[in-house]
Design a protein around this ligand. Structure first.
Ligand code: KG4
Ligand code: ZN
Length: 342
């Protein structure tokens, strides 16, 4: 029997983070994330600039990742990369690089779905960390700038989307509201910061009436815009001193919508192991609200460290490791897909 360790290199380039990670038997050795600051002044990700920045960053990031893991490229067992969903130009950089390296090193290529990897981030950890991890089956609420999904997870490789947003993602809703309030991009963390000192009941917003376990945030966004426009007719400086209250009310509404459907999913499936994933899981209000469900509904709640919640390659490498064990390899003919569901 061969006991040599399995080293997987993970490459993530779906949006505006160039990230690489090395895992040893599924345990994170290094995880380097180069965030592209070029988009800040545009108030959102500019796809063309993102591709160029990935192209510039990918080699230095890979070199730094191998160095931090203290291994050489010749020790790698396989290369996992994000195939989608994401921006096509950005995905092409990671995919092409992964292909080239897999040919050069003659090791397997492993395609990874970015959204499934967000779920698997719940298992990403460094040696000795030993934090509690969800047992199967569990439900994962994946909330990021581009996606909002409730996923049923039966094993590392078996997942099913139970519900998802029909329009805007939760993170997008935070970001767009922040933009309306002239807060800097990305606005989610700013709304969170102001919400901490505000009254969540100061402003009322309608809840979407969406079937089953799906979400919608575009109606809320419009309702918020109308509220701001109405208030500005009376007070052009709005929200002014009411900024904290306004942010708290917006955040309270988004969290309420998210947890409402999650609670429904838990009841329908009879699953009370609940995990969180994606960049919005950094939201302090969401964390508190979710953890309070431990007492009220007896949920077991799992929230990965922030490093593994936002876009990162450790989640790609960990997921790649489980695909490697299952011999789920990709051919060199594989192409990225901007829309990639499962
Ligand atoms: O997962 P992620 O890093 O990238 C995507 O794949 O989209 O998520 C980024 C999103 C952004 O919309 C950002 O505003 C939001 O996560 N976000 C937050 C917070 N931190 C990040 N939203 C609300 N509260 C936060 N503390
Ligand atoms: Zn993501």
């Amino acid at each position: 029997m061969n006991h040599s360790p399995v080293y997987i290199l993970g490459i993530e380039s779906s949006c505006d983070e160039t990230s690489c990670s090395v895992t040893e038997n599924g345990v994170v050795l290094s995880n380097i994330i180069a965030t592209q600051e070029v988009h800040e002044k545009y108030g959102g990700v500019v796809p063309e600039l993102a591709s160029r920045a990935h192209q510039q960053q990918i080699i230095p990031v890979i070199e730094a990742t191998l160095k931090a893991a203290n291994i050489t490229k010749n020790q790698l067992s396989g290369i996992a990369f994000t195939r989608g969903p994401g921006l096509m130009g950005s995905l092409l950089v990671g995919t092409s690089f992964a292909k080239g390296l897999s040919i050069a090193l003659n090791i397997p290529l492993i395609e990874v779905n970015h959204m499934q990897a967000h779920v698997i981030a719940n298992f990403a950890e460094r040696a000795g960390e030993n934090r509690p991890k969800p047992n199967f089956p569990f439900l994962c609420l994946t909330v990021s700038g581009g996606h909002t999904q409730i996923v049923r997870v039966d094993s590392f490789l078996k997942m099913q989307i139970l519900g998802e947003t029909l329009d805007d993602a939760a993170g997008e809703a935070f970001d767009k509201v922040a933009k309306m309030l002239n807060l800097p991009y990305p606005g989610g963390p700013m709304v969170d910061k102001h919400a901490k000192d505000g009254n969540p009941h100061a402003f009322q917003f309608p809840r979407p009436q969406i079937q089953e376990l799906n979400y919608s945030f575009s109606g809320l966004k419009t309702a918020i815009l109308y509220t701001i426009q109405r208030e500005r007719k009376v007070n052009p400086d709005f929200p002014g001193h009411q900024l904290n209250d306004f942010c708290a009310s917006v955040q309270f509404t988004i969290i309420d919508i998210l947890l409402n459907k999650l609670t429904k999913a838990s009841k329908q499936t009879n699953i009370s192991n609940i995990a969180l994933a994606g960049g919005v899981s950094a939201n302090s209000g969401l964390r508190v609200a979710l953890l309070s469900k431990k007492e009220t509904l007896g949920w077991q709640v799992f929230i990965p460290p922030f490093e593994y919640c936002t876009d990162n390659a450790a989640m790609i490498a960990v997921y790649g490791y489980y695909k490697y064990l299952a011999n789920e390899f990709s051919s060199l003919a594989i192409t990225p897909t901007a829309r990639y569901t499962f």
